[in-house]
Structure formats: C-alpha cells, structure tokens
Write a protein that binds this ligand. Structure first.
Ligand code: ASP
Ligand code: MG
Length: 324
C-alpha cells in the first residue's frame, strides 16, 4: 500500500474542532487506500508559551531542560490527534521520538535527524493504524530529547517521508501553498503551482516562513516529493520537486539582516542574479523612496538591504517590478 505523510502545523491542531478537522482529512486519505503517518506541531502558540514559562524562572534557561520542556508541546498534540482519529473510528497510535526512535545529534535547540527506526511504525501500519508522530524532536545518543529548531516539524515530516519512502509528504499550513511573496504582506503575490527544490531551499534560507530550511534541504537531497497546502477543502497547494514553474523570478522574501536596523529583501529565481533584474529592483525601490543600503548577489538569489521599518513596502515594490 502506498504511504502518505501528512504534517499539520500549530494552527491546524490548535483546538478540539481543528483536531477533528485534520482527523477527517486523515480519515479521507485512509479511505482512499493509503497508509498514513501524521506529523504534528504543538498546538497554537504552545511553544512560545512554554518558552515564556521557562523565562519566568531563568533569563537563560538550561538548553537541555528547555528542549525537554518544548518537546512536550508536540507530544501533547500527537496524543490528542490520535484521540481525535479514534473518535472517528480510525485506529491510531501516537509515538514520541524515543519510541520510533528518531535519532538526532547536534546542539540542543537545533539538532538534526541522523536515523529513523522503522520497525515499530511498520508494525503499527501493518496492524492498520494511523501513526501520529510528535514533530520537532529526536533522541540523542545520550538518551536526551533534542529539538530540531523552530518550525522543525516540517523537517521531521520530510525525514519520516524519506525513511518510509512515502509517495508524498503533504505539509498543511496556514497558507494555501508557496506564494511569490508572503500574501499577508504583498496582496499581489500569487500561488505557485510548482517550485523547484533549488528555489525552495533558497527561499527558505532567505526568510520565507512557509517551510523550515532544513526541511527544504533534506527534501532536495533525498528527492522527497512535497506538497504544501492548507486544510481548506478547496486548497490546491504547491508541489515542490525537481521542476518548478518557468519563471525569471520565483519569489521575493525578507528577513532581518545586515546591521540591526536593516532587513534583507531577497529575490530568488533562475534569472537571478542578473543585471537586468537588479536594475528593475533598484529602480522600484527608488520609485518608492526606499534607500538600498547594500546589495549582495549569490547563485539564484539577489539580496537588497533596506531599513527594517520599510521592509514590507520594499517587498511589495520589488515584487511588483520583477515578478510577472
Ligand atoms: N512547535 C515548534 C515551533 O513552534 C515546531 C513547529 O511548529 O514545527 O517552532
Ligand atoms: Mg511551520
């Protein structure tokens, strides 16, 4: 039977109603004849809340204990998701990183997945269960729980999709796919039907918050087929794979960058960096009365530094000038 990995972010598991909604989506995937591994994030802003709780006790809490604390957010939502599935008559089991196991090494708060044990999950799938994995965590050689970096459940999902040779890894998020710019900032942004791994990695590194950058890198390395979509029934989403849409500029994104008061606005795409694109972008900033504080070019990307307070405006101006 073919296997599908479905990852749901924090807002998709935020309360009982949302949990039942994703349980219905999962039940449908089962009904279409697939085995399913579900990967979940912590509910809503649970991770931020846990960080605040830690900081009430220590300005600089122990990294080990902070990981032990944060990992509980995903463990709770995994168990709740399994319960929601069972309430719909779908047999399900939640598993923490130590139970698979998902092995990780590196630093607390920013570990990477090194290996995934497949035996337990295979047994559960064979028994007809949906397996719900807690995202964002792994277990270190020392037996400690390590988290994988903020937003790391995307990365967990791709690592699982790779380990189990899933047909596709579906990432369910707030937005209905990958856009040419953050649609919350830039109203003219368009959804891309396909994005190449190369562009997805470049966009994620440049600050696009749609996918964790380690997730995009791993998907590219291992050739994992990704689909980014929302939980809405009419969501079409974006396919991330070897081939993207043929566009000169795929997207424009922003992050804090350069000096403290600066933001980095980055253009990504096959025709970037080129003098023509650079000129169009600089002219657009100029027309909007935004000063370019610096320019940086690298493979498939061009970064313009602007004052942080003008970053959203800069994204809109550059987007409208270079993305067709
Ligand atoms: N809950 C973690 C975070 O907020 C991981 C994730 O959502 O993917 O960063
Ligand atoms: Mg995320």
């Amino acid at each position: 039977m073919s296997l599908i990995v479905q990852k749901f972010g924090g807002s998709s598991v935020a309360d009982a109603e949302k949990l039942l909604h994703i349980a219905h989506i999962t039940k449908e995937t089962r009904g279409a004849g697939h085995d399913v591994i579900v990967v979940v994030s912590a509910q809503g802003d649970a991770t931020d809340r846990l960080i605040r709780q830690a900081r009430e006790l220590a300005a600089d809490p122990s990294a080990r204990e902070l990981d032990a604390l944060l990992a509980t957010g995903e463990q709770a939502s995994a168990a709740l998701t399994a319960m929601a599935l069972m309430s719909l008559g779908v047999d399900a089991v939640s598993l923490g990183a130590w139970q698979l196991p998902i092995r990780a090494d590196g630093a607390y708060g920013d570990a990477r997945v090194t290996e995934i044990g497949t035996e337990r999950v295979a047994r559960e799938l064979d028994a007809g269960r949906v397996v719900v994995c807690a995202g964002f965590q792994g277990v270190g050689a020392n037996g400690d729980v390590y988290t994988l970096g903020r937003g790391g459940s995307d990365y967990s999902a791709v690592a699982l999709a790779d380990a189990f040779r899933a047909e596709v890894c579906r990432i369910y998020t707030d937005v209905d796919g990958v856009y040419t710019a953050d649609p919350r900032v830039c109203p003219t942004a368009r959804r891309l039907s396909r994005v190449s791994y190369e562009d997805m990695v470049a966009l994620s590194r440049a600050g696009a918050r749609v996918l964790h950058d380690k997730c995009a890198v791993l998907a590219q390395e291992r050739g994992v087929a990704l689909e980014v979509r929302s939980c809405a029934p009419d969501s079409v989403g974006t396919r991330v794979g070897a081939e993207g849409e043929k566009r000169a500029v795929t997207g424009v994104t922003q992050r804090a960058g350069g000096a403290d008061a600066f933001a980095a606005v980055t253009l990504v795409g096959g025709a970037v960096p080129s003098l023509c694109v650079q000129k169009k972008a600089l002219l657009a900033l100029d027309a909007a009365g935004i000063a370019a504080r610096g320019v940086d070019a690298s493979a498939r990307s061009l970064t313009l530094y602007v004052d942080r307070a003008r970053a959203d405006e800069a994204v809109r101006a550059v987007h409208d000038a270079v993305v067709d």
